[in-house]
Design a protein around this ligand. Sequence first.
Ligand code: PGA
Length: 237
Amino acid sequence: MCNLKSNKTLEEFTTYINEIKQLDNLEALTIFPSGLYLSLMSDYNISFGSQDISIYTDGSSTGEITAKQVKSTNAQYTIIGHSERRNKFSEDELLLLKKIKVALNENLKVVYCIGETKEEKLRQKTYQVLEKQIAKIFNSLSDAEMDQIIIAYEPIWAIGGGNPASAKDIAEISEFIKKIILDYYDKDIKVLYGGSVNSDIIASFNKIKTIDGYLVGSASLKIEEVAKMLQIINKNQ
Ligand code: PGA
């Protein structure tokens, strides 16, 4: 899954998506473009979603994009709780839960991002932090709502810096996430890893049985990288 964040002008995006369209193994790809370009995505046979949605559902929310508007572009997914939203826009789990409910109400599948800071990792609080980020949402979801959630484990310190978590940590942590969701909520959940993923490291991460996919930022901006990653994922399936 490729999170393009707030990158690319209209012209750059159009060139990008037309090149992406030519690649093989597109069934494995989901693109999260800037909200500005969502309505262009239905012209391509590529799965897509929004990077966020408004907590509001009414028409009097200047500057916001509602879940209903996102759904009307034929988007299937929305990301909720990306660490950049949590940090730059002070989004806490109370607000994220409301957004998740709003998204699910419009039949958008949710990629819910969780992850620890560098400091929390150093203080060996990773598992505690993740458990809390999960419980604060999952305790308030119905059985059917949980089925529409994918978790993206994105250690905050690993995002954008070219320094991914180790394969060993990713394996242990994704196994932990799956286990608590199975134990507490009786659900088999899909877990993605995100944080400095690129074509060089995806091959080794792809051997991790408890990882179901990737949320890729910087590397997804380059066509050659997307092509290589799709090729590797396809070979391993
Ligand atoms: P990155 O971003 O791949 O550039 O680390 C990942 C993300 O923010 O989802």
